[in-house]
Design a protein around this ligand. Structure first.
Ligand code: F6R
Length: 364
Protein backbone atom coordinates (compact mmCIF):
# COMPACT_ATOMS: atom_id res chain seq x y z
CA UNK A 1 0.00 0.00 0.00
CA UNK A 2 1.45 3.32 -1.12
CA UNK A 3 -0.71 5.35 1.26
CA UNK A 4 -0.99 8.86 -0.12
CA UNK A 5 2.25 8.55 -2.09
CA UNK A 6 2.55 8.27 -5.86
CA UNK A 7 5.18 5.56 -5.71
CA UNK A 8 6.61 3.12 -3.21
CA UNK A 9 9.92 4.88 -3.63
CA UNK A 10 8.44 8.17 -2.44
CA UNK A 11 6.78 6.42 0.48
CA UNK A 12 10.03 4.67 1.40
CA UNK A 13 12.00 7.91 1.22
CA UNK A 14 9.54 9.45 3.64
CA UNK A 15 9.64 6.51 6.03
CA UNK A 16 13.30 7.09 6.70
CA UNK A 17 13.14 9.14 9.92
CA UNK A 18 11.08 6.38 11.51
CA UNK A 19 13.02 3.35 10.27
CA UNK A 20 16.39 4.96 10.99
CA UNK A 21 15.13 5.61 14.50
CA UNK A 22 14.05 1.97 14.95
CA UNK A 23 17.30 0.67 13.57
CA UNK A 24 19.49 2.89 15.71
CA UNK A 25 17.49 2.03 18.83
CA UNK A 26 18.18 -1.64 18.19
CA UNK A 27 21.93 -1.04 18.49
CA UNK A 28 22.18 1.94 20.79
CA UNK A 29 20.94 2.70 24.27
CA UNK A 30 20.14 6.40 24.07
CA UNK A 31 19.32 6.69 27.77
CA UNK A 32 22.77 5.57 28.86
CA UNK A 33 24.60 6.81 25.80
CA UNK A 34 26.11 3.41 25.09
CA UNK A 35 26.15 0.73 22.41
CA UNK A 36 24.04 -2.28 23.26
CA UNK A 37 25.76 -5.60 23.86
CA UNK A 38 25.68 -7.75 20.76
CA UNK A 39 26.18 -11.46 20.70
CA UNK A 40 29.00 -11.34 18.17
CA UNK A 41 30.86 -14.49 17.10
CA UNK A 42 34.10 -12.47 16.97
CA UNK A 43 35.73 -9.88 19.18
CA UNK A 44 36.32 -6.48 17.59
CA UNK A 45 39.38 -6.10 19.83
CA UNK A 46 40.92 -9.36 18.61
CA UNK A 47 40.59 -9.05 14.84
CA UNK A 48 43.16 -7.31 12.65
CA UNK A 49 40.95 -6.67 9.66
CA UNK A 50 37.34 -6.68 8.67
CA UNK A 51 36.34 -7.78 5.15
CA UNK A 52 33.13 -6.20 3.88
CA UNK A 53 31.48 -7.32 0.69
CA UNK A 54 28.18 -6.47 -1.02
CA UNK A 55 26.62 -5.36 -4.31
CA UNK A 56 25.27 -2.07 -5.63
CA UNK A 57 23.88 0.31 -3.08
CA UNK A 58 24.70 -2.11 -0.25
CA UNK A 59 28.32 -2.03 -1.41
CA UNK A 60 28.31 1.76 -1.24
CA UNK A 61 26.96 1.57 2.32
CA UNK A 62 29.89 -0.76 3.07
CA UNK A 63 32.32 1.74 1.57
CA UNK A 64 31.03 4.43 3.92
CA UNK A 65 31.30 1.85 6.71
CA UNK A 66 34.99 1.49 5.90
CA UNK A 67 35.55 5.20 6.54
CA UNK A 68 33.78 4.86 9.90
CA UNK A 69 35.48 1.66 11.10
CA UNK A 70 38.89 2.99 10.18
CA UNK A 71 38.28 6.47 11.58
CA UNK A 72 36.51 5.61 14.82
CA UNK A 73 37.78 2.13 15.62
CA UNK A 74 41.21 2.15 13.90
CA UNK A 75 40.12 -1.13 12.36
CA UNK A 76 41.40 -1.70 8.79
CA UNK A 77 38.62 -2.67 6.40
CA UNK A 78 38.81 -4.36 3.03
CA UNK A 79 35.76 -3.56 1.00
CA UNK A 80 34.84 -5.36 -2.19
CA UNK A 81 32.09 -5.65 -4.71
CA UNK A 82 30.88 -9.20 -4.05
CA UNK A 83 31.24 -10.33 -7.67
CA UNK A 84 34.92 -9.36 -7.51
CA UNK A 85 35.54 -10.65 -4.02
CA UNK A 86 34.47 -14.19 -4.80
CA UNK A 87 36.98 -14.57 -7.62
CA UNK A 88 39.77 -12.28 -6.49
CA UNK A 89 41.78 -14.96 -4.69
CA UNK A 90 42.91 -12.64 -1.90
CA UNK A 91 44.51 -13.95 1.27
CA UNK A 92 41.99 -14.40 4.06
CA UNK A 93 42.69 -15.12 7.70
CA UNK A 94 40.45 -17.29 9.81
CA UNK A 95 41.23 -14.97 12.70
CA UNK A 96 39.50 -12.08 10.94
CA UNK A 97 35.82 -11.39 10.45
CA UNK A 98 33.71 -10.81 7.37
CA UNK A 99 30.62 -8.65 7.04
CA UNK A 100 28.06 -8.94 4.25
CA UNK A 101 25.43 -6.33 3.54
CA UNK A 102 22.22 -7.10 1.70
CA UNK A 103 18.71 -5.77 1.74
CA UNK A 104 17.16 -8.92 0.25
CA UNK A 105 19.58 -11.39 1.81
CA UNK A 106 19.40 -13.36 -1.44
CA UNK A 107 21.91 -11.66 -3.76
CA UNK A 108 23.82 -14.43 -5.51
CA UNK A 109 27.28 -12.86 -5.50
CA UNK A 110 27.01 -11.71 -1.89
CA UNK A 111 25.92 -15.17 -0.82
CA UNK A 112 28.76 -16.79 -2.78
CA UNK A 113 31.23 -14.45 -1.08
CA UNK A 114 29.81 -15.39 2.29
CA UNK A 115 30.28 -19.08 1.55
CA UNK A 116 33.79 -18.38 0.35
CA UNK A 117 34.66 -16.75 3.70
CA UNK A 118 32.96 -19.51 5.62
CA UNK A 119 35.21 -22.01 3.83
CA UNK A 120 38.22 -19.94 4.82
CA UNK A 121 37.10 -20.37 8.43
CA UNK A 122 36.16 -16.76 9.02
CA UNK A 123 33.45 -15.60 11.39
CA UNK A 124 30.55 -14.03 9.54
CA UNK A 125 28.14 -11.20 10.25
CA UNK A 126 25.33 -10.17 7.93
CA UNK A 127 23.59 -6.82 7.79
CA UNK A 128 20.29 -7.81 6.22
CA UNK A 129 16.81 -6.39 5.92
CA UNK A 130 14.94 -9.62 5.18
CA UNK A 131 15.54 -11.63 8.30
CA UNK A 132 14.36 -14.97 7.01
CA UNK A 133 16.74 -14.88 4.06
CA UNK A 134 19.53 -17.22 2.96
CA UNK A 135 22.30 -14.78 3.85
CA UNK A 136 20.80 -14.26 7.31
CA UNK A 137 20.53 -18.02 7.80
CA UNK A 138 24.06 -18.79 6.73
CA UNK A 139 25.78 -16.12 8.83
CA UNK A 140 26.99 -16.51 12.42
CA UNK A 141 25.21 -13.36 13.46
CA UNK A 142 22.44 -11.38 11.80
CA UNK A 143 22.63 -7.64 12.25
CA UNK A 144 19.20 -6.54 11.11
CA UNK A 145 18.23 -3.30 9.45
CA UNK A 146 14.75 -2.44 10.64
CA UNK A 147 13.66 -0.78 7.42
CA UNK A 148 10.53 -2.88 6.89
CA UNK A 149 9.68 -4.23 3.43
CA UNK A 150 11.29 -2.25 0.62
CA UNK A 151 9.24 -2.52 -2.57
CA UNK A 152 10.74 0.12 -4.84
CA UNK A 153 13.54 -1.44 -6.87
CA UNK A 154 15.84 1.50 -6.12
CA UNK A 155 17.05 1.09 -2.59
CA UNK A 156 16.44 4.08 -0.29
CA UNK A 157 15.44 3.31 3.28
CA UNK A 158 17.40 0.06 3.32
CA UNK A 159 20.52 2.08 2.45
CA UNK A 160 20.15 4.62 5.27
CA UNK A 161 19.33 1.79 7.69
CA UNK A 162 22.46 -0.07 6.56
CA UNK A 163 24.39 3.12 7.25
CA UNK A 164 22.75 3.36 10.67
CA UNK A 165 23.84 -0.18 11.56
CA UNK A 166 27.39 0.39 10.31
CA UNK A 167 27.74 3.70 12.15
CA UNK A 168 26.54 2.12 15.39
CA UNK A 169 28.80 -0.90 14.88
CA UNK A 170 31.79 1.35 14.25
CA UNK A 171 31.22 3.04 17.61
CA UNK A 172 30.83 -0.37 19.23
CA UNK A 173 34.10 -1.51 17.62
CA UNK A 174 35.83 1.71 18.62
CA UNK A 175 34.90 1.19 22.24
CA UNK A 176 35.86 -2.50 22.17
CA UNK A 177 39.26 -1.66 20.71
CA UNK A 178 39.89 1.11 23.21
CA UNK A 179 40.03 3.65 20.40
CA UNK A 180 37.51 5.92 22.14
CA UNK A 181 36.65 6.64 25.77
CA UNK A 182 33.27 6.11 27.41
CA UNK A 183 32.79 9.89 27.14
CA UNK A 184 33.46 9.84 23.41
CA UNK A 185 31.11 6.89 22.99
CA UNK A 186 28.41 8.87 24.73
CA UNK A 187 28.99 11.87 22.48
CA UNK A 188 28.83 9.76 19.31
CA UNK A 189 25.68 7.97 20.47
CA UNK A 190 24.08 11.34 21.18
CA UNK A 191 25.04 12.57 17.71
CA UNK A 192 23.57 9.45 16.12
CA UNK A 193 20.34 9.96 18.04
CA UNK A 194 19.83 13.23 16.15
CA UNK A 195 19.54 11.50 12.77
CA UNK A 196 15.76 10.96 12.69
CA UNK A 197 14.98 14.58 13.59
CA UNK A 198 17.42 15.94 11.01
CA UNK A 199 16.12 13.53 8.37
CA UNK A 200 12.60 14.86 8.98
CA UNK A 201 13.86 18.40 8.44
CA UNK A 202 15.55 17.48 5.18
CA UNK A 203 12.40 15.82 3.79
CA UNK A 204 10.75 19.25 3.94
CA UNK A 205 13.00 20.36 1.08
CA UNK A 206 10.90 18.25 -1.32
CA UNK A 207 9.25 21.16 -3.16
CA UNK A 208 12.59 22.84 -3.74
CA UNK A 209 14.21 19.61 -4.92
CA UNK A 210 11.26 18.78 -7.17
CA UNK A 211 11.68 22.14 -8.89
CA UNK A 212 15.38 21.50 -9.38
CA UNK A 213 14.65 18.03 -10.77
CA UNK A 214 12.70 19.61 -13.63
CA UNK A 215 15.92 21.38 -14.58
CA UNK A 216 18.11 18.29 -14.14
CA UNK A 217 15.79 16.27 -16.36
CA UNK A 218 16.86 18.39 -19.34
CA UNK A 219 20.38 16.97 -19.34
CA UNK A 220 21.77 13.72 -20.72
CA UNK A 221 24.81 13.42 -18.48
CA UNK A 222 25.43 14.31 -14.85
CA UNK A 223 28.57 14.13 -12.75
CA UNK A 224 28.49 13.75 -8.95
CA UNK A 225 31.48 14.73 -6.84
CA UNK A 226 32.33 14.36 -3.16
CA UNK A 227 35.23 13.77 -0.81
CA UNK A 228 35.52 11.45 2.18
CA UNK A 229 32.19 9.76 2.93
CA UNK A 230 30.61 12.00 0.31
CA UNK A 231 32.58 10.14 -2.34
CA UNK A 232 30.60 6.89 -1.90
CA UNK A 233 27.53 9.10 -1.65
CA UNK A 234 28.42 10.67 -5.01
CA UNK A 235 28.48 7.17 -6.50
CA UNK A 236 25.19 6.36 -4.81
CA UNK A 237 23.65 9.55 -6.24
CA UNK A 238 24.81 8.61 -9.72
CA UNK A 239 23.58 5.03 -9.33
CA UNK A 240 20.15 6.18 -8.17
CA UNK A 241 19.77 8.71 -10.99
CA UNK A 242 20.79 6.32 -13.75
CA UNK A 243 18.64 3.46 -12.44
CA UNK A 244 15.36 5.30 -12.36
CA UNK A 245 15.67 8.27 -14.73
CA UNK A 246 18.01 6.59 -17.27
CA UNK A 247 20.14 9.74 -17.34
CA UNK A 248 23.80 8.83 -17.62
CA UNK A 249 25.54 9.71 -14.37
CA UNK A 250 28.90 9.10 -12.78
CA UNK A 251 30.14 9.57 -9.26
CA UNK A 252 33.74 10.49 -8.61
CA UNK A 253 35.99 11.44 -5.74
CA UNK A 254 36.30 15.21 -6.18
CA UNK A 255 40.09 14.92 -6.09
CA UNK A 256 39.97 12.70 -9.17
CA UNK A 257 38.43 15.43 -11.31
CA UNK A 258 41.76 16.49 -12.77
CA UNK A 259 42.70 12.90 -13.51
CA UNK A 260 40.13 12.44 -16.22
CA UNK A 261 36.51 13.47 -15.81
CA UNK A 262 37.25 17.19 -16.12
CA UNK A 263 37.59 16.54 -19.86
CA UNK A 264 33.83 15.97 -19.95
CA UNK A 265 32.84 19.26 -18.37
CA UNK A 266 30.90 21.77 -20.42
CA UNK A 267 27.58 23.57 -20.12
CA UNK A 268 25.78 20.37 -21.06
CA UNK A 269 27.01 18.36 -18.09
CA UNK A 270 25.84 19.59 -14.69
CA UNK A 271 27.96 18.68 -11.69
CA UNK A 272 26.33 17.82 -8.39
CA UNK A 273 28.71 18.53 -5.54
CA UNK A 274 28.03 16.99 -2.14
CA UNK A 275 29.99 19.06 0.33
CA UNK A 276 29.01 19.94 3.87
CA UNK A 277 31.35 22.46 5.45
CA UNK A 278 33.95 20.10 6.91
CA UNK A 279 37.73 20.10 7.24
CA UNK A 280 38.24 19.47 3.52
CA UNK A 281 35.53 21.76 2.25
CA UNK A 282 38.01 24.24 0.76
CA UNK A 283 39.50 21.48 -1.40
CA UNK A 284 36.09 20.83 -2.88
CA UNK A 285 35.61 24.56 -3.49
CA UNK A 286 38.74 24.49 -5.69
CA UNK A 287 37.19 21.63 -7.66
CA UNK A 288 34.02 23.68 -8.10
CA UNK A 289 36.09 26.58 -9.40
CA UNK A 290 37.67 24.27 -11.95
CA UNK A 291 34.22 23.15 -13.05
CA UNK A 292 32.87 26.71 -13.21
CA UNK A 293 35.87 27.89 -15.24
CA UNK A 294 34.90 25.36 -17.92
CA UNK A 295 31.32 26.46 -18.12
CA UNK A 296 30.06 23.59 -15.96
CA UNK A 297 26.83 24.15 -14.04
CA UNK A 298 27.01 23.30 -10.37
CA UNK A 299 24.35 22.02 -8.04
CA UNK A 300 25.80 22.30 -4.55
CA UNK A 301 24.43 20.27 -1.65
CA UNK A 302 25.84 21.75 1.52
CA UNK A 303 25.03 23.41 4.85
CA UNK A 304 24.67 27.10 5.79
CA UNK A 305 28.37 27.60 6.40
CA UNK A 306 29.26 25.85 3.14
CA UNK A 307 26.79 27.97 1.18
CA UNK A 308 28.21 31.13 2.71
CA UNK A 309 31.83 30.18 2.03
CA UNK A 310 31.49 28.79 -1.46
CA UNK A 311 32.73 31.40 -3.90
CA UNK A 312 31.31 29.93 -7.09
CA UNK A 313 28.08 30.59 -8.91
CA UNK A 314 25.76 27.63 -8.82
CA UNK A 315 22.73 26.57 -10.78
CA UNK A 316 21.22 25.77 -7.39
CA UNK A 317 22.37 25.34 -3.83
CA UNK A 318 20.51 22.98 -1.54
CA UNK A 319 21.13 24.01 2.04
CA UNK A 320 20.77 21.30 4.67
CA UNK A 321 20.74 21.79 8.44
CA UNK A 322 24.04 21.49 10.30
CA UNK A 323 24.68 17.83 11.06
CA UNK A 324 27.28 16.05 13.19
CA UNK A 325 29.97 14.34 11.09
CA UNK A 326 28.97 10.80 11.98
CA UNK A 327 25.43 11.13 10.63
CA UNK A 328 26.31 13.28 7.64
CA UNK A 329 26.15 10.39 5.11
CA UNK A 330 22.75 9.32 6.45
CA UNK A 331 21.30 12.82 6.15
CA UNK A 332 22.97 13.75 2.85
CA UNK A 333 21.62 10.55 1.27
CA UNK A 334 18.14 12.05 1.39
CA UNK A 335 18.44 14.99 -1.01
CA UNK A 336 20.26 12.68 -3.39
CA UNK A 337 17.45 10.15 -3.34
CA UNK A 338 14.85 12.90 -3.69
CA UNK A 339 16.64 14.47 -6.63
CA UNK A 340 16.78 11.13 -8.45
CA UNK A 341 13.17 10.39 -7.58
CA UNK A 342 11.72 13.70 -8.76
CA UNK A 343 13.86 13.66 -11.88
CA UNK A 344 12.51 10.22 -12.78
CA UNK A 345 8.93 11.37 -12.09
CA UNK A 346 9.54 14.35 -14.36
CA UNK A 347 10.94 12.05 -17.06
CA UNK A 348 7.89 9.83 -16.76
CA UNK A 349 9.75 6.58 -16.18
CA UNK A 350 8.46 3.62 -14.23
CA UNK A 351 10.00 4.68 -10.93
CA UNK A 352 9.24 1.60 -8.84
CA UNK A 353 9.98 -0.90 -11.61
CA UNK A 354 12.77 0.56 -13.73
CA UNK A 355 13.48 -1.28 -16.97
CA UNK A 356 15.89 -4.23 -16.92
CA UNK A 357 16.21 -4.28 -13.13
CA UNK A 358 15.05 -6.76 -10.51
CA UNK A 359 14.66 -6.13 -6.81
CA UNK A 360 16.58 -9.22 -5.90
CA UNK A 361 19.44 -10.49 -8.05
CA UNK A 362 19.58 -14.21 -7.36
CA UNK A 363 21.67 -15.11 -10.38
CA UNK A 364 25.25 -14.15 -11.06
C1 F6R B 1 20.26 0.10 -6.15
C2 F6R B 1 19.92 -1.23 -5.73
C3 F6R B 1 20.87 -2.35 -6.00
C4 F6R B 1 21.01 -3.24 -4.77
C5 F6R B 1 21.89 -4.46 -5.06
C6 F6R B 1 22.11 -5.33 -3.83
O1 F6R B 1 19.27 1.02 -5.85
O2 F6R B 1 18.89 -1.44 -5.17
O3 F6R B 1 22.12 -1.85 -6.39
O4 F6R B 1 21.53 -2.48 -3.72
O5 F6R B 1 21.31 -5.22 -6.08
O6 F6R B 1 20.91 -5.87 -3.38
P1 F6R B 1 20.79 -6.49 -1.94
O7 F6R B 1 21.00 -5.38 -0.97
O8 F6R B 1 19.42 -7.07 -1.87
O9 F6R B 1 21.87 -7.52 -1.79
Amino acid sequence: DKGNHRHFMEKEIHEQPEVISHTLAHYLDFTNGTCRQLDLPFDFAAINRLAISACGTAYLAGLIGKYWFERHARLPVDIDIASEFRYREMPLSKDDAALFISQSGETADTLASLRYCRKAGMKIGAVVNVRESTIARESDVTLPTLAGPEIGVASTKAFTCQLSVLAALSVRAARARGAISAEQEKALVRQLSEAPRLATQVLKLDTEIEKLARELGKYKHVLYLGRDTNFPLAMEGALKLKEISYIHAEGYAAGELKHGPIALIDEKMPVIVIAPHDRIFEKTVSNMQEVAARGGKIILITDREGAARSTVDTLATIVLPDVPDIISPIIYALPIQMLAYYTAVFMGTDVDQPRNLAKSVTVE
